[in-house]
Design a protein around this ligand. Structure first.
Ligand code: BEZ
Length: 250
């Protein structure tokens, strides 16, 4: 199920994504003059933070709408897939990515491409969903879809590997792991709560359903999750788990 992105909804329901990226930005440790690729740059909010260090940053994203939003922030951004990066061999000192790699369908092709565009000794620094990410949300959404006769559209929506699996995979593509951490990060959702999250981050799956079923699926999923992810004041917390790593092109 291909995801569909709406920059305005993302800014409202996904504001926490760039806001919670300080840890992976510290690992990136961008320096003035470095050539950095932001893979899955989205609307470019985080790309701007990297550019503020004096690094020369380029964004790439598969969503033309997101690339347009990034360009509106004065980011040099290209439309392109992680599996076929539109850049020359060895042209970056670092490839950075936040909250995007778990959407990539062909992880091996992505790793090969990142390796190709990095200079020898360059670094791949990223954070993505890790093993156990949004486990409750996934189970609830799948159950509600199944119960309503739509089949499981969640099972292969994203890829959330363990540190061991992802390390092995990167090593097969010529990287050496410098550091890696699996970080549980319960994340307070914005005012839109769980229904806003589902409408923004499960838009691809929802739009594949008959129009008159979508609101019910969203409401029923939120209803099933309320006892575990909503507090007594009505605040929602999503059960995020991050996999953060720095790998070197050997
Ligand atoms: C994540 O960042 O882990 C994520 C965001 C939206 C949907 C699925 C996962």
């Amino acid at each position: 199920m291909a995801q569909i992105w709406d920059p305005q909804a993302y800014e409202k329901d996904g504001a926490f994504v760039p806001a919670l990226a300080s840890g992976v930005l510290e690992w990136l440790d961008a320096r003035p003059g470095e050539r950095i690729l932001d893979l899955g740059c989205g609307d470019g909010k985080l790309t701007q933070k990297i550019a503020a260090t004096g690094a020369s940053v380029t964004g790439v994203d598969s969503s033309p709408e997101m690339v347009e939003a990034a360009r509106a922030r004065d980011i040099a951004a290209e439309v392109g897939d992680a599996e076929a990066l539109p850049f020359a061999d060895g042209c970056f000192d670092a490839v950075f990515s936040n909250a995007a790699l778990h959407w990539v369908r062909d992880q091996d092709a992505m790793m090969e491409q990142v390796h190709r565009v990095l200079r020898p000794g360059g670094r791949f620094v990223a954070e993505m969903g890790g093993h156990g990410n949004i486990a409750a949300i996934r189970v609830a959404f799948s159950a509600v879809l199944e119960r309503n006769g739509f089949g499981d559209r969640e099972g292969d929506a994203n890829y959330y590997p363990t540190p061991e699996e992802f390390t092995r995979r990167l090593e097969l593509h010529g990287f050496t792991m410098a550091r890696m951490a699996l970080i549980p990060r319960p994340t307070r959702l914005e005012k839109g709560g769980m229904t806003g999250w589902l409408r923004t981050f499960r838009r691809g799956a929802l739009e594949s359903l008959p129009e008159d079923a979508r609101a019910r699926i969203v409401e029923d999923t939120a209803g099933l999750l309320a006892p575990v992810l909503r507090d007594s004041e009505g605040n929602w917390t999503a059960d995020y788990v991050r996999l953060r790593f720095e790998a070197k092109k050997g």
